[in-house]
Design a protein around this ligand. Structure first.
Ligand code: GTP
Length: 204
């Protein structure tokens, strides 16, 4: 893993003007983005989100998942607070890529759940890696984080990368009739802490 900082610009959004920082993984060619809002000091615990790419939810308004809703709510929360960050990681489909995610959706349309669909295609349920986050956070001056997530494995992965996760901030938004089964599987099989299902305790 070799992460190279490329450039910073403004990103005006409906919630406020973020700064957008571009990064390149020079080994894989993947292009990642960090958004920041306000002044970030290394001593502060900064509200933030590590968000994996979901073209369908983030850009195409899909109701099959909660991704787009989580991204928008996280950006809104950060802008309202006046300080925070988003790392937007190009790990589409929990790391299997867009076309394989569409293959997985095809299997889900035929009755498989999100984990079974990945496994039938020969993938693990979650193929993501998080070794890009440390150099990205270093570049934007973040060492301590209040992380908006329901995913305890994300919290652990960050801690393993040497990031201090001071707090986990739940981010339960966007539940609808098309993603109810998806959210339930996240809770029962992927370990997400989703209060409405009561299948997980709060230990991470
Ligand atoms: N393989 C697969 N990936 C999916 C499916 N639905 C959504 N995704 C991907 O799941 C990932 C969700 O990542 P995040 O938004 O970081 O969320 P998370 O790890 O589930 O945990 P939270 O932080 O609680 O949201 C994105 O890469 C989506 O593209 C699906 O049915 N199958």
């Amino acid at each position: 893993m070799s992460i190279k900082y490329i450039a910073t610009s403004q990103l005006p959004t409906p919630w406020g003007v973020f700064a957008m920082h571009g990064f390149e993984d020079t080994e894989t060619g993947k292009e990642h983005v960090a958004l920041t809002f306000g002044e970030l000091n290394a001593d502060d615990a900064i509200l933030g989100r590590i968000h994996s790419e979901c073209l369908t939810g983030d850009a195409l308004f899909s109701l099959r998942c909660d991704c787009g809703f989580q991204l928008q709510t996280a950006m809104q929360n950060i802008a309202e607070l006046g300080q925070g960050f988003i790392l937007y990681l190009r790990q589409e489909g929990r790391g299997i890529g867009l076309l394989n995610k569409i293959r997985a959706y095809e299997l889900q349309d035929a009755g498989a759940n999100t984990v079974e669909a990945n496994e039938r295609l020969g993938f693990k349920a979650d193929m993501r890696q998080y070794d890009m986050i440390k150099p990205m956070l270093e570049q934007i001056n973040v060492t301590r984080v209040r992380l908006m997530t329901n995913n305890p494995r994300k919290v652990k992965a960050m801690q393993q990368e040497g990031i201090e996760v001071v707090d986990r901030v739940p981010l339960q938004v966007g539940k609808n009739r098309y993603n109810e089964a998806y959210l339930k599987t996240k809770s029962t099989e992927l370990g997400h802490m989703m209060s409405e299902y009561h299948f997980n305790d709060e230990q991470s």
